[in-house]
Design a protein around this ligand. Structure first.
Ligand SMILES: C[S@@+](CC[C@H](N)C(=O)[O-])C[C@H]1O[C@@H](n2cnc3c(N)ncnc32)[C@H](O)[C@@H]1O
Length: 386
């Protein structure tokens, strides 16, 4: 990258998931390829959770590949320049020093401006100042820069991603009522999995008893697979290592494609949801079987349950005692759900209080706070102790 080997990336995620994202990035590191098409021995030089994401210092070739593997990230930015400006004239002078052309690979670009706790607080005027500095800046440019001011410090970043990363680009609109966002689905699945190794998941049947359009099951299937089903903005930018554009590059990622789970099962009370689940099954690595509620067959594999039960304005919530019954019907070893805080705590209160053979409690409960579409929710997990 133009005389400087390391780049500074900011990997954006929903607030509250910064440490989960940092952990995911550490796991991904071993999959990333160096210039010789072999797993990199360099990895990231620095990785630091910050509010709203993780700052990563890495060779551009390494950092850009995060796009293919991260399921928690919503966007990657390349941090280009920081400066201080207390006057619009100074802001214009600083922006004029930056030539956007080598970065974008396009004729035009747009700019997202945000300003907090800064003397130059008017975002519209900041944008107009940038328009005076850069004639390629348009309202609907082909690439995008972010200009953020906080405490009078400006930071210019290049968007590397384009469309939000929760759009997995499988060419399939799952449809259905109140589907969960894919990045949040991935977070719930990672919460369910915890420290369990991949080899353990390969013996587990994963069940969503209120599967709707099947976002959680689809996401579970692709959790450890690279995503080449969509385009990323960086692929049409001029500055990137050309090796990333080679049509055969993705073939160098070996060892992917094996099923993550022993099998997937989805149930829903609505026949149209079950019909959609059946068509979803065709595109997945694992076998996905679809059932009406109460018709799940018994099986020998350990079972884990994951679900996003109905709640909110458009869906009638299920009373906690019914929810306990629906979630425990498959006889699972562990269960993870996302629910509004009060409902999740009520679910915990109503969860069976049996003892394990060793005399301790049979189920352990853990939770993590999240926002789902602005609603304060909990990821709630019940793990059976043996
Ligand atoms: C919030 S949606 C699930 C969305 C799903 N996670 C997705 O992303 O597509 C809840 C689903 O639970 C189903 N449902 C509601 N009550 C049910 C019950 N008692 N048994 C089975 N499914 C039920 C609804 O038909 C709906 O599809």
């Amino acid at each position: 990258m133009r005389g400087c080997a390391l780049a500074e990336f900011f990997v954006v995620c929903p607030i509250g998931f910064e440490n989960d994202l940092a952990q995911e990035l550490r796991e991904i590191e071993g999959f990333l390829l160096g210039a010789g098409n072999l797993p990199t021995t360099e990895g990231y030089q620095e990785l630091e959770p910050q509010k709203g994401g993780v700052r990563v210092q890495a060779d551009p070739l390494i950092g850009l590949q995060i796009h293919f593997f991260s399921k928690l990230a919503s966007r990657l930015l390349l941090r280009l320049k920081r400066f201080r400006a207390l006057e619009f004239s100074l802001l214009e002078r600083e922006l004029k020093k930056i030539d956007p052309a080598p970065w974008i690979g396009a004729q035009t670009f747009s700019l997202k401006v945000s300003s907090q706790k800064s003397k130059l607080g008017q975002e519209k005027r900041i944008f107009e100042t940038a328009q005076r500095a850069w004639k390629q800046l348009k309202e609907d440019g082909a690439q995008e820069f972010y200009l953020r001011a906080e405490n009078d410090e400006f930071e210019l970043s290049l968007d590397l991603t384009g469309e939000h990363l929760h759009r997995r680009g499988s060419g399939r609109d799952l449809g259905g009522v109140a589907p969960i966002r894919e990045t949040l689905a991935a977070a719930l699945l990672r919460f369910l999995i915890g420290e369990a190794p991949l080899s353990r998941l390969q013996n587990v049947t994963l069940i969503d008893p209120m599967a709707g359009s099947g976002t959680l099951l689809a996401e579970a299937s692709r959790l450890y697979q690279p995503n080449f089903d969509r385009a990323y903005a960086f692929q049409s930018q001029k500055w990137i290592p050309k090796i990333l554009l080679s049509p055969t590059y993705r073939q160098n990622y070996r060892g992917f494609g094996a099923p993550t789970w022993a099998g997937l099962m989805g149930a829903d009370q609505k026949p149209e949801a079950r019909a959609r689940l059946e068509s979803l099954a065709e595109g997945l690595t694992e076998t996905l079987e679809t059932f009406a509620p109460g018709e799940l067959p018994s099986g020998t594999n350990p079972r884990w349950v994951v679900s996003n039960p109905p709640y909110g304005e458009r869906l009638q919530k299920i009373p906690a005692e019914d929810l306990v019954r629906i979630l425990l019907e498959p006889k699972p070893e562990r269960v993870a759900v996302i629910l509004p805080e009060a409902l999740a705590l009520e679910l915990e209160r109503r969860w069976p209080r049996e003892n394990a053979p060793n005399g301790g409690p049979l189920w352990s409960f853990s939770k993590q706070r999240v926002l789902n579409g602005g609603i304060p929710c909990l990821l709630a997990k019940f793990v059976k102790n043996f």
